[in-house]
Design a binder for this molecule. Structure first.
Ligand SMILES: Cc1cc2nc3c(=O)[nH]c(=O)nc-3n(C[C@H](O)[C@H](O)[C@H](O)COP(=O)(O)OP(=O)(O)OC[C@H]3O[C@@H](n4cnc5c(N)ncnc54)[C@H](O)[C@@H]3O)c2cc1C
Length: 566
């Protein structure tokens, strides 16, 4: 039976950064990932990563405090302020480290890391590498992981945590290449499994971003926080929802309705316009469409033509390719048809600022975790930063935990969990119901889009919640899954669907209960923020009867909640 001191599940930015930190500290660490690390969804990030470096002429007065304030205001004051302050305080160190490891950031004339404006940021503080920032960061970190000889188990899908009492002792994973199931022992486990975007049909996320990585610890008793906060990115390509980075607006792109108006002036101050935070821009676009000022009742235009060929080719080359390949539009010559698309899950496994959870030895970092630095709405560029800062911190804390505690080899629990998982798979293979899991998956994704979108209300959310419950019942009556051993994606999608449905239920129940509008959670039947009752995090625990909800206070340090105006 394989075992390591620390097992990191996920080979994206958060997972690799955590693993690199463990290796620096001399701890035996391995990464387990269902795809090769450089195919992780972090590689799709386009626009950039925030840090108050002050390299832009308009950003000279920037500081970690101002970055923290913008983050907290952007979060609609639901972010834990200690988490936001740590993230912004450690930002510069993490970016310079990536620079020294060779990340090819775009440069200013003087050779400093270039920075561009992003929504809700008071200054141009988003560091970027053209429009391929995530790709560059991911390759750079993977090189470090390779240099440090970190063991990577590729194409292994984790489906269960192993624990003895309240202490984690490993994971159960299926080797997708061979179909073999194995128990892997560990003194500490860090989950960095990314976002749950594919619960929605209209998502900018790749198909690999599912709810399973949040569901596994939830099933093991670890609480999940603030799942009702789901971010819609204002500009995804009409129809496919492939992302058009906020960097396009950061470089000066305009949003236009069917009358040719820059409609953002009707929603925010002329100083901010298209660079308002994402929740506000998404609502503004959707309002234009709903009130008949969109195109084909579905989209508006993002116009980059005035930026000129040279700037588009230099700063947004990937966006130009995506627009030409997937929308048949060359942004040098024509405006881009865009609509909001589900983009990011602010909620996730409840952790403290060191990635620790309630389960001893179990940590989480990156998009699957909720620290919470983003509260009810994340600012663009802060997610890549979160992966680096909290990835490193969870790696450090897990290494300390391993060094400080006795860890008896827990072969019995590993063997029991392995047998339970084998039984579970046999059951899935033998089922003889009539329900088709792919149909359930599609019905779920459309329900989430229709009932838990940009604007929400009680009636529709209850309808959506009831449909999720019907789908959970249907899941028990599915047909048998394929018995193939090699790359059995029938099995993969079935397991992911189990996770998706339980996480969707948390989004639904949490959203129905939260009778206010805050950040990305915008209710037409409760239009205002209600700090007196709702300045608190939603915490959900798994129980045989469904999720059990409680609430906990938001950590306030130096920024008093105030009305959010732009
Ligand atoms: C199109 C797009 C553009 C974006 N652009 C930006 C941007 O410009 N700036 C910004 O700040 N943010 C951006 N974001 C958000 C940001 O990219 C993500 O939040 C961040 O990269 C998530 O990193 P992660 O390490 O948490 O997860 P990921 O990079 O998604 O990695 C998850 C890892 O977990 C593994 N995994 C998952 N489940 C399992 C399992 N059960 N078993 C084994 N392995 C598993 C996967 O294989 C993968 O390696 C963007 C997001 C999208 C979708």
């Amino acid at each position: 039976m394989v075992s390591h001191d620390v097992l990191v599940v996920g080979g994206g930015l958060a997972g690799l950064r955590a693993a690199v930190e463990c290796a620096f500290l001399g701890v035996d660490v391995a990464v387990v990932s269902k795809v090769h690390p450089v195919r992780s969804h972090s590689g799709a990030a386009q626009g950039g990563v925030n840090a108050p470096l002050g390299n832009h002429p308009d950003g000279k007065n920037d500081s970690p405090e101002l970055h923290a304030y913008d983050t907290i205001k952007g979060s609609d004051f639901l972010a834990d302020q200690d988490a936001a302050e740590i993230m912004t305080g450690e930002a510069a160190q993490r970016i310079y480290e990536m620079e020294h490891w060779g990340c090819p950031f775009s440069r200013t004339e003087e050779g400093k890391i270039a920075q561009r404006p992003f929504g809700g940021g008071g200054f141009p503080r988003t560091c970027y590498g053209a429009d391929r920032t995530g790709h560059y960061l991911l390759q750079t970190l993977f090189e470090q992981a390779t240099r440090l000889r970190i063991k990577v188990y590729c194409e292994l899908m984790v489906s269960r945590l192993v624990q003895r009492g309240d202490v984690v002792s490993g994971i159960i994973a299926t080797d997708l290449k061979t179909g073999e199931i194995a128990a892997l022992g560990a003194k500490a486990v860090i989950f960095a499994t990314g976002g749950s975007g594919r619960i929605y049909s209209n998502s900018t996320n790749a198909l690999i971003s599912t709810g399973l990585g949040v569901a596994i610890p939830y099933w093991a008793g670890v609480p999940v926080k603030d799942m009702e906060f789901v971010q819609f990115h204002p500009t995804s390509l009409y129809g496919t929802n492939i992302l058009v980075t906020e960097g396009a607006r950061g470089e000066g792109g305009f949003l236009l309705n069917n009358k040719g108006e820059r409609f953002m002036k009707n929603y925010v101050s002329e100083r901010v316009m298209e660079l308002a935070p994402r929740d506000i821009v998404s609502r503004s676009i959707q309002t234009e469409v709903n009130e008949g000022r969109g195109f084909e009742n579905a989209y508006v235009h993002l116009d980059l033509r005035h930026l000129g060929r040279q700037k588009i080719e230099e700063k947004l080359p990937g966006i130009r390719d995506l627009c030409m390949d997937f929308a048949g539009v060359d942004p040098i010559k024509s405006p881009i048809p865009v609509q909001p698309g589900m983009h990011y899950t602010m909620g996730g496994t409840d952790t403290n600022v060191d990635g620790e959870t309630e389960l001893k030895g179990f940590f989480a970092a990156g998009e699957c975790a909720c620290v919470s630095a983003h509260g009810a709405n994340r600012l663009g560029g802060n997610s890549l930063l979160e992966t680096l800062v909290f990835g490193a911190r969870s790696g450090k804390k897990a290494s300390e935990y391993v060094g400080m505690n006795q860890h008896p080899n827990d072969k019995d629990s590993l063997q029991d969990a392995l047998s339970a998982e084998e039984d579970r798979i046999e059951l899935l293979k033998k089922r003889n119901g009539k329900e088709n899991p792919y149909e359930i998956k599609n019905r779920l994704a459309v329900t989430m889009k229709d009932k838990f979108g940009i604007f929400r209300n009680q009636k529709e959310m209850v309808e959506g919640r009831d449909e999720i419950k019907r789908l959970l019942q249907a899941l028990e009556k599915t047909r048998a899954i394929s018995r193939t051993r090699v790359f059995n994606y029938d099995y993969v999608w079935m397991r992911e669907l189990e996770g998706n449905l339980d996480i969707a239920l948390l989004i639904a129940e949490g959203a129905i209960k939260r009778t206010e509008s805050r950040g990305s959670h915008s209710r037409t039947d409760h239009k205002t923020r209600n700090d007196a009752e709702w300045l608190k995090h939603t915490v959900a625990r798994h129980s045989p009867d469904g999720p059990a909800f409680s609430y906990k206070n938001v950590t306030i340090t130096r920024f008093k909640p105030e009305e959010r105006k732009y």
